[in-house]
Design a protein around this ligand. Sequence first.
Ligand SMILES: [Zn+2]
Length: 304
Amino acid sequence: MSETIETWFDQPLVFTIAARHVRGRFVRLGPVLNTIMAAHSYPPVAERLLAEALVLTVLLGSTLKADGGQMTLQAQTGGGPIELLVCDYRGGELRGYLKFDAERLAEAGLDPTLFALFGEGFLAITFDQEATNERYQGIVPLEGASIGEAAEHYFEQSEQISSLIKLAARHDAEAGCVAGGMLLQHLPEGEVGRDRLHVRHDVPEWEHAKAIGATLKGEELTDPAISLETLAWRLFHEDEVRVEPGVTVSRGCRCSTDYFAGVLAQFPEAEQRDMADDQGKIVVDCAFCSRIFPIALEEIATHH
Ligand SMILES: [Zn+2]
């Protein structure tokens, strides 16, 4: 074991417990999270939700092979105060935002349930594998106590993989927003190329690992004094655990003048002229990072 593996902020820790056919990862986001949040002014409830969703996005997205694939997490509201939540991950680059009705969100209180936030909403998880041009999307109801629990249902239903997901977020004056999470999964024995229909759900070694994982506290995930490696040892010390650092996460937004010009080019020209200001420019702001792009009509014309 290398002595340099510790991992504190913005870099996942990947671990495997071979004897129990269990794999997992931890991540704690700090500086990246504050960069993402700084582009918006979210009330505490919205910030915590987005922070947990971003952690979940890293936990899931970083399972992609490093070949330019993308993972997108989108929560579609069922009439709740959170109207939309979108996060995506691509090669270590993370971004996300949410839209909400401020008045209704305030009415939901300080610790709303998932239902109070989204109503009868849905969580869509999409994996785009660029190398093979494969796209896989699973959609599950936004049910359970947290967005992490909804994601557990995704793995259970779409991939037949038993999973435990823990997410936590907090905000304090010193560190700003800090959020952490753990993904723990039971790998079907000889997982590659095997028919997963026959996965048993009463596997004792998985039940044991899951019970241990369930003791992990939110405060541990967001405590900057505990490294992710320490967390792994603390939980699974009775087993042989192999750990390795994951890809460092940064805030990455793929917005550009060219991108928005391409989107606007799909509107009829008359509508484009209506949208333009006196200088013949359409001003667009990126929902993810809040950057503002004045796009000239001539620029849009080059995209036809
Ligand atoms: Zn952007």
